[in-house]
Design a protein. Structure first.
Length: 210
C-alpha cells in the first residue's frame, strides 16, 4: 500500500482527492496539509511515500516546501498537482526536486499511475509539461529581463503610456522606450501587446501583481 499526503490550500480539493484515494485499496491517505510549511512538518512526522503538492498556496509555497524536503533528504517523493503550467511554475518545481508534475485536469487513472510511479522513484510528467521542458532544452535560453525592464513592462501591462511609466519611475520617456525595445528583443516579440501577452504566459507578470 502506498501512503499519500495531500497538500492543497483548498479544502474541497483535499476532500475530493482523499475520497478518490480512500476508495482504492492500493493507497492510504495519511494526512493533509494546507500550505508548504505544514507539508514539511507532516512529511517529517508521517514519512509518506508520496506527497501530492500544490504550488501556489498562502504562506509557504509548494516550491519552497519541495526544496526543503529535498535539502533534508527526506524519503518522500513529491508529485506536483496543480492547475499552473507556465515556465515560472514548472521549472522551479522540477529544479527544487519534484519527482513529477501533473495538472489537475488529469484523469483519475492517470493520477493513480503517476502516484505509483512516483512512489517507485520514477519521473512523471504530464504530456503538456514534458513538451514544455523539451522545448526549453531544444531552444537557447532567452536572456532574462532585468528588474527595471520588468518594472516597465508591469506598468505597460496596467495600461500606462510611455510618458506615464517614465513619470512613475522617475526616468525619461526615451529610457522607457529603450527598455521596451530590450524587452521586445528578449521575448522575441514586436509590440507592446505581444510583450505583455508573452510575459503573462511565461509567468513574468501576473494579474494583480505586476
Amino acid at each position: 500500500m502506498i501512503t499519500v499526503l495531500i497538500v492543497d490550500d483548498h479544502p474541497v480539493v483535499r476532500d475530493g482527492l482523499r475520497g478518490m484515494f480512500t476508495g482504492d485499496p492500493r493507497f492510504e491517505v495519511v494526512g493533509e496539509a494546507a500550505d508548504g510549511a505544514e507539508a514539511v512538518t507532516l512529511v517529517t512526522a508521517l514519512d509518506p511515500d508520496v506527497a501530492l503538492m500544490d504550488l501556489r498556496m498562502p504562506g509557504t509555497d509548494g516550491v519552497t516546501a519541495i526544496r526543503t524536503i529535498a535539502e533534508r533528504q527526506l524519503r518522500t517523493r513529491v508529485l506536483v498537482l496543480t492547475t499552473y503550467d507556465t515556465d515560472a511554475d514548472v521549472l522551479p518545481a522540477i529544479e527544487a526536486g519534484a519527482t513529477g508534475y501533473l495538472l489537475k485536469d488529469a484523469p483519475k487513472s492517470e493520477l493513480f499511475r503517476a502516484v505509483e510511479a512516483a512512489a517507485r522513484g520514477e519521473a512523471v510528467l504530464a504530456p503538456a509539461i514534458a513538451t514544455k521542458l523539451l522545448s526549453q532544452v531544444r531552444s537557447p535560453a532567452k536572456e532574462p529581463l532585468s528588474q527595471r525592464e520588468l518594472e516597465v513592462l508591469g506598468l505597460i501591462a496596467r495600461g500606462m503610456t510611455n510618458r506615464d511609466a517614465a513619470a512613475k519611475l522617475f526616468i525619461s520617456e526615451a529610457t522607457v522606450k529603450t527598455h521596451l525595445l530590450h524587452v521586445y528583443a528578449k521575448l522575441g516579440v514586436n509590440d507592446r501587446a505581444a510583450a505583455v501577452a508573452t510575459a503573462y504566459e511565461l509567468g513574468l507578470i501576473t494579474p494583480g501583481r505586476r
